[in-house]
Design a protein around this ligand. Structure first.
Ligand code: KG4
Ligand code: ZN
Length: 339
């Protein structure tokens, strides 16, 4: 399979997903992700448990990725691994393993910025999708990040807007929890919202300067509304669950859309891409796709490349490989790695 194409093994372990992928040219031949289940009962990722689980999973996940690709380690040209940002203990497991493996097979090591990898996931070759042309804007929305990135080239990206408090996925998860949906509640809230009235309830809108986001005011507004309306109607949440889901979803998506459109006007860029787990949100997808009728080009990668995965690390690694931009064995994991 490898032939003349560059073959890169990608490794991702920045949060609670242990993942390995094999990239051949610009095509993904395997992408294995093991999402740690242990965190569910704690209502969020527990860093100490995450790093322990990565230790258990890293070898099986990499072996599986190689097996699916039908490849041996000697067919790999380079190893790309997430260096940061993320949880220290989690990053260390992946990066230490990647370093050791690179030494053992005598191949270059490439360190990857997890956030840039989310953006570069759009360059994984997929027969059904067109890759974005530069420059484009990427809305990166997940449980850990909410950013608008101006992407001029694979190695020229700038964050032009970011959240000043919660991430969009966190806002979905926290709101979901208030209406009795277990962590991570974003997907279930989205599912229930399909049958609710998005205009039934309205919540406070943030008034944040420029292209930054804020979700904490919305969170408080939802909490107070539920508390006030439950006073006279103890079953308020249960009997209004679908409408609450739809109204909350609309509020969060309104915030995201307003900022990405503002950024588009400001930068005069009508190419919009999206990345991160929240890009699975049905309402957000519909609203973005609707922009195509207004002359925008919209890029939404396959869902498996939106959430945390090693395929995006491998493609980001490929760009660096082509520049001969390799890492030394002395690099350390960087939880707050900058853009
Ligand atoms: O990118 P991701 O898998 O992991 C990181 O946080 O890095 O994103 C997970 C987040 C969670 O907060 C989850 O609730 C949210 O994405 N999410 C959704 C949907 N699917 C996943 N939020 C709203 N609607 C969805 N359909
Ligand atoms: Zn991520």
């Amino acid at each position: 399979m490898s032939g003349k194409h560059t073959t890169i093994l990608g490794i991702e372990s920045s949060c609670d997903d242990t993942s390995a992928a094999v990239l051949c040219g610009s095509k993904i031949v395997s992408n294995c992700v093991s999402t740690q289940k242990i965190h569910q009962k704690y209502g969020g990722v527990v860093p100490e448990l995450a790093s322990r689980a990565h230790q258990e999973l890293i070898v099986p996940v990499i072996s599986e990725a190689l097996e699916i690709a039908g490849m041996n380690l000697d067919e790999i040209d380079a190893i790309a691994c997430t260096r940061g940002p993320g949880l220290m203990g989690s990053l260390v497991v992946g990066l230490s393993f990647a370093k050791a493996l690179a030494l053992a097979i005598n191949k270059p090591l490439i360190d990857v910025n997890h956030m840039k990898a989310h953006v570069l996931a759009h360059f994984i070759e997929d027969d059904n999708k067109q890759m974005p042309n530069f420059p484009f804007l990427c809305l990166t929305v997940s449980g850990g990040h909410t950013q608008i990135v101006e992407v001029k080239a694979d190695n020229d990206m700038k964050v032009i807007g970011t959240t000043i408090d919660d991430a969009a996925g966190e806002a979905f998860d926290k709101a979901a929890k208030m209406i009795g949906i277990d962590y991570p509640g974003g997907p279930e809230l989205d599912r229930l919202a399909e049958d609710g009235d998005p205009n039934k309830f309205s919540f406070a809108k943030p008034n944040i300067k420029e292209l930054d986001f804020s979700f904490s005011g919305l969170k408080t507004s939802i909490l107070y509304k539920i508390r006030d309306l439950s006073k006279n109607e103890p079953d308020f949440v249960i009997s209004n669950k679908l409408d609450l889901c739809a109204s909350i979803r609309k509020s969060i998506v309104d915030i995201l859309m307003a900022k990405i459109l503002k950024a588009s006007k400001h930068k005069k860029i009508k190419r919009i891409a999206i990345a991160g787990g929240v890009s699975a949100n049905k309402e957000l997808r519909r609203r973005l796709i609707a922009l195509e009728d207004e002359g925008y080009s919209v890029h939404i990668p396959k869902f498996e490349y939106c959430t945390d995965n090693a395929a995006m690390v491998a493609i980001a690694g490929k760009f660096r490989f082509e520049r001969g931009d390799f890492a030394s064995q002395a690099i350390a994991a960087e939880p707050r790695l900058k853009w």
